[in-house]
Design a protein around this ligand. Structure first.
Ligand code: NAG
Ligand code: NAG
Ligand code: NAG
Length: 473
């Protein structure tokens, strides 16, 4: 077996793109071992019609080489094949260094924790997982590896904040890793004496975030199982779809009590269809941050804004709604804002538009209650009704129309915050740009589309309500 070496790519700084749009990213070694054979040799099963494809448009993935009937097992991997982070790993000094480092990783960056294990195995000569690791892509299209220019190209502040937070974490964590490895003997070194920097940490975090699954693994004292992230060799080559043709299930092996992880066909799969799993109802922020792609017309995508009295006054004024009190709510309105956590101790001013809810319930309820002076009818309503878009005009049609017009004006304000319009973005995409610029621009087009979709949805509702008002009067 070949000793692996950590790739050093430059983080944040501009870096030539190794993955041009037309070719799939290189793998860690140029002729990696056959993953299908390895899985079978380890006691797993791979359906004979499941093949690894190196398609230049789809990249690396799994496709069916012939018809596969619904219900068939596609891939089965035994319990010892997934790569997990096991912190209870005995008294090996290298493992305890790793466990100490893992404790400094915030929970939301769990991918970095498993990433430490991945780096350890990547550096280990003769690692059991080398046939898997050597097949991993050498680079990832996630934004922590974007140039500064392409990070700016994303144009959307809440996401820039997330990306910068990850970059800052990696740079800080690099220092922590370096200092905790300073005086470690080479026998006890978790990475076989190799230097680890922010780039290799970023590689490992992205390899995990883009491929790991959270499955029930650890048995808790009450007999239930805890979700544990793990890397599933071969299975992780299935791409995402909201209409998947395959699904992961876990089963107890009949022969022993170990877990088997299976991918089964959810429907008939035809020749040359890619195998697709649903990664979950995620926003484009998470798809881009963790997986490095953006889903067009993603029904789970959201736009975040900050609830702020002055902004709401500006929006309702722009919408032509008279007498607004967002900046100085009456005491009973203040109470409601506090129940909605838009003020007070548990204050959370982040509200969202888009996604399945279209308008976040807390924002909707606040607008409904602040655009009326009728305290009694507000207090007659239950909070969940005030928060629900499907509750029809709970405070009357005039109030509902004022609320929707205010949100439409908020959307206009939000769109004005983007330096470019969708038309400009589409013109730039036609110019032939790097793969990461393309991703950044696709991302911002989708954010703007979320806002535009909310506007047209609410415009339709205003029209409907207005026609009801005229017919009933
Ligand atoms: C995986 O799916 C996403 C979303 O459909 C797509 O953007 C991406 O190119 C696909 N990746 C591969 C390797 O097929
Ligand atoms: C407000 O915050 C509290 C504490 O975090 C939470 O229990 C409650 O559900 C929140 N209310 C709403 C309407 O989000
Ligand atoms: C706005 O505030 C004033 C004074 O507190 C009050 O008289 C008025 O009814 C409020 N208007 C609305 C729409 O809540």
């Amino acid at each position: 077996m070949v000793a692996s070496k950590l790739v050093v790519a430059s983080l944040i700084q501009i870096r030539p793109l190794t993955c041009a749009a037309s070719s799939y990213p290189a793998r860690l070694v140029s002729q990696p071992p056959d993953l299908v054979k390895w899985v079978k040799r380890e006691g797993g099963f791979v359906h004979r019609a499941v093949t690894i494809s190196h398609d230049s448009t789809y990249g690396l993935g799994l496709v069916a080489s012939q018809h596969i009937p619904k219900g068939s097992d596609l891939i089965v991997i035994p319990d010892h094949v997934p790569l997990r982070f096991q912190s209870e790993g005995g008294d090996d000094p290298a493992d305890s260094i790793l466990a100490n480092l893992a404790r400094r990783i915030p929970e939301e960056l769990w991918a970095m924790k498993l990433g430490l294990k991945l780096l350890q195995e990547r550096a280990k000569v003769g690692s059991f997982w080398w046939p898997y690791i050597s097949n991993l892509p050498e680079t990832y299209s996630v934004p922590i590896f974007f140039s500064g220019e392409d990070i700016k190209n994303l144009q959307y502040a809440p996401f820039l904040y997330q990306v910068n937070k990850r970059c800052r974490f990696l740079l800080e964590f690099e220092r922590e890793v370096k200092s905790s490895l300073e005086n470690v003997k080479s026998d006890d070194h978790p990475f076989g004496g190799q230097a680890v920097d922010a780039s290799s940490l970023g590689w490992a975090m992205s390899a995990v975030s883009s491929r790991a699954f959270r499955l029930h693994d650890k048995k808790l004292p009450d007999g239930s199982r805890e979700d544990v992230p793990m890397m599933l060799p071969l299975i992780d080559m299935c791409n995402h779809s909201f209409n998947p043709n395959a699904r992961i299930i876990q089963e107890q092996d009949a022969g022993n009590s170990k877990m088997l992880i299976k991918v089964v066909a959810e429907m008939d799969i035809e020749h040359s269809d890619p195998l697709l799993l649903n990664y979950g109802g995620l926003s484009n922020d998470l798809f881009l941050l963790d997986y490095g792609f953006v889903i067009p017309s993603n029904a789970y995508d959201l736009v975040e804004l900050k609830y702020d009295g002055a902004l709401m006054d500006a929006a309702s004024m722009a919408a032509g709604v008279s007498s607004t009190n967002f900046s100085s709510p009456a005491p009973w309105q203040q109470d409601l804002l506090s129940q909605l956590n838009l003020t007070g101790e548990a204050q959370n001013l982040k509200v969202s538009l888009g996604g399945p809810e279209i308008v976040e319930g807390r924002l909707l309820a606040a607008l409904r209650a602040l655009l009326t002076s009728d305290m009694e009818s507000v207090q007659k309503q239950d909070l969940n009704t005030l928060k629900s878009l499907s509750a029809e005009a709970p405070l009357g049609i005039a109030n509902e129309v004022a609320v929707f017009r205010t949100i439409i004006a908020l959307c206009v304000i939000a769109l004005e915050h983007f330096p470019t319009k969708i038309m400009d973005d589409e013109a730039i995409l036609k110019q032939g740009i790097s793969a990461s610029s393309e991703l950044a621009i696709q991302y911002r087009i989708q954010k703007k589309s979320v806002i535009i979709d909310v506007m047209s949805d609410l415009t339709r509702r205003v029209r409907l309500l207005s026609s009801k008002e005229t017919t009933s009067s």
